[in-house]
Design a protein around this ligand. Structure first.
Ligand code: AHM
Ligand code: MG
Length: 347
């Protein structure tokens, strides 16, 4: 039998790499892995259970919550609470920060921001969904941690990752030293290292964007989409359009195959749809660590000032060269490799 390394073994092996190697971050990552397995079990049997459908409540964004959103939120919070290494959880599903005030947790050094079940509108149709998480060290030295400990820029993340509940379930994460992917082996109930040192291809042939919103996109995005669709043998265009509608699944595919994912501003989402703290920042940290690029169309996502818990941002994320190309369309630059007659045909 081939030797494999479990997530638990890998975390212990890498512990010495962490800036504060007391084992706290390792235990935190382990807690997230445990909650992911529990959520995976429920997501897997979603079609069988009464758990499918709407919980009848709405979250802070005014979106209806699926029962599994609520379940996943509870599982992650409870795992982090009993683990004792996290003092505050910030979740897409909760308007305010959640203080974990057990005797151990309240003095813990880490903050976790989480989107417990991203893309949950896809659950009813058996399409991959995901969990996104981001880990910060608290800044305050004494007293209870506060919202200021949560509102840190993306560059301050100490770890981030996602779980994709797909045709197989994977946990992919970074602690700032590259990206590693673990596939859940259901027969032994362990995440096993299957994708060591993941590298995003510098370029790719896939663009992912909700083109139904085309009419509402900024001019630069419209021009980039047309660029993707123009025939050019030298750059293997036209590219393929692939949009699952689950950010985790779209970005995971692009991470492996090469590609760009864009969620720009639109008329109905003037600041973009996706949330900076628990969607854009963790994905940006991870994709940068894999050699990719993540911006809001002009500036690096990780450098954006975080002022609100549920702040939104447009995002352009993926293969370095593709994101740069999209940015140059956003900046309105004339691009030497776009032939005049191609652009004429495109509009
Ligand atoms: P959610 O957090 O409410 O699930 O919304 C986030 C999801 C992303 O996973 C996905 O990329 C995007 O919303 C899809 O939005 P749209 O349907 O507008 O294309
Ligand atoms: Mg989400």
């Amino acid at each position: 039998m081939k030797n494999f390394m479990t997530l638990g073994q890998f975390i212990i092996e890498k512990q010495a790499d962490f800036p504060y190697a007391k084992g706290e971050l390792s235990r935190l990552l382990r807690d997230i892995g445990i909650a992911a397995k529990i959520v995976n079990r429920e997501v897997n049997k979603a079609g069988l259970m009464d758990i499918l459908g709407n919980a009848g409540s709405t979250n802070i964004q005014g979106e209806s919550q699926q029962k599994l959103d609520v379940y996943a939120n509870e599982q992650f919070i409870s795992a982090l609470k009993s683990g004792g290494e996290c003092c505050i959880v910030a979740s897409e599903e909760n308007e305010d920060i959640i203080r974990l005030d057990t005797d151990v947790s309240k003095n813990a050094n880490y903050i976790v921001a989480i989107d417990p079940l991203d893309g949950s509108s896809n659950i009813d149709v058996n399409v991959p969904v995901g969990t996104i998480f981001s880990i910060y060290r608290r800044r305050s030295i004494d007293g209870p941690a506060t919202i200021d400990d949560v509102l840190q820029n993306g560059t301050a993340q100490v770890a981030a990752g996602y779980v994709i509940y797909g045709s197989s379930t994977m946990l992919v994460y970074t602690t700032g030293k590259g990206v590693n992917g673990f596939t859940l082996d259901p027969s032994i109930g362990e995440f096993c290292l299957s994708h060591p040192n993941m590298q995003m291809p510098e370029s790719g042939l896939i663009y992912s964007i909700n083109e139904g919103n085309y009419v509402h996109f900024p001019q630069g995005v419209k021009r980039y989409i047309k660029y993707c669709q123009v025939e050019d043998k030298a750059t293997s265009r036209p590219y393929s359009s692939r949009y699952i509608g689950s950010m985790v699944a779209d970005i995971h595919r692009n991470l492996i195959k090469g590609g760009i994912f864009i969620y720009p501003v639109t008329a109905s989402a003037p600041n973009g749809k996706l949330r900076l703290v628990y969607e854009c920042n963790p994905m940006a940290f991870l994709i940068e660590q894999a050699g990719g690029r993540a911006t809001n169309g002009a500036s690096r996502i990780l450098d954006i000032d975080v002022t609100e818990l549920h702040q939104r941002s447009p995002i352009f994320i993926g293969s370095e060269q593709m994101v740069r190309k999209a940015e140059s369309f956003m900046a309105g630059e004339l691009l030497p490799d776009v032939k005049e007659h191609e652009m004429a045909n495109a509009f």
